[in-house]
Design a binder for this molecule. Sequence first.
Ligand code: THG
Length: 373
Amino acid sequence: MSFGIAIGARVRKSPYFDKTIEDGVSAFSVYNHMYMPTSYGDAAAEYDRLINGVAMWDVAVERQVSLKGSDAEKLARYLTPRELGALNIGQGRYVPLCDHRGTLINDPVLLPLSEDECWLSIADSDVMLFARAIAAERGYNVSIHEPDVSPLAIQGPKAVEVVADLFGDWIRGLKYFGYRETTLNGIPLHVARSGWSKQGGYELYLTDGSRGGELWDLVKEAGKPYDIGPGTPNYIERLESGLVSYGADTDDFTNPYEIGLGKFVSLSREDDFIGKKALTQIHADGIKRQFVGYKIEGEPLSAGNQHKLPVKNNESHVGFVSASGWSPRVKSNIGVGLIEAAFSEPGTKVTIQTDTSDGDLTATISKLPFDIA
Ligand code: THG
């Protein structure tokens, strides 16, 4: 199977788009109506850089939704089931969002920028439309738009050295999700300690898209002593680490409890928030499914699965595998997905039905994150 993805004006381009092509990008996905690099053609090298070195990722698709106005904070609190307590400028927080049915609709990072503005750094769904409708219906004094902001992630154990060489040693003192506004050769950006991997790293939130190429080159140059190379949100590392991929792992019925984000839901909050009633009911009823790891027997699976794979117990369908592949560190094929609660106990054996020559595979439920051998 070999085919391309149509490149046109309808799907948006990252400010790093031309640079990723120069650096040999070989596959894109579409995320937040934008092309997102997913491979540079050498999965083993990209994984190795992330685990042992440092990689640079075009994650401009992590779009910001700016809430600005005297009710910005009020709206942010109403949108998430998380109890936020005091918001601190310069300190981000992971804030899952639900709809009125208690279904997870995004899992952004909230960045409080000032008394009257915050950004939601979103995963792949149309939070701007949702937030605008909520704000208008409630009569909140807030304007909502997507600013010109494009994160570039620097991830891996050596990321800290690259970022310290670029900005100074103060970046070592940033807390997780902490960030600070600064410039690099006059390029405006925010430096944040964050990223969608458990290997450590930073994200540069570029705030002038016309300077993406320049920023890409500066990071690449500073990374040379550390053998920096291109990468993307890593398909295998995120499975090992048990990071949720909204959209891949979730469906239109997934609630935060079953996907492992229950700790961010505060039913005891005195103020109201979207989904409070539904989440209270879901919590009282007990969850029906659970997000689990699958340790899968057999030869290394050639590539990621293209569909959610059915999981069976005898002949009944009890769950699915949303992503799977060979883990060099677990030294096994692994996967993640939702399964009926009765089968979610670690050690339970199940059958995964593939739609390839791999046939049916035997798997054992594992806790997340996976233990690294
Ligand atoms: N970078 C930025 N924005 C993002 C993402 C990103 N927006 C949404 C998308 N990723 C998915 N959301 C995330 C982002 C970070 C984390 C998980 C999902 C994360 N989690 C830590 C963990 O699970 O250990 C910490 C969570 C906590 O305890 O607060 O880092 O990649 N800019």
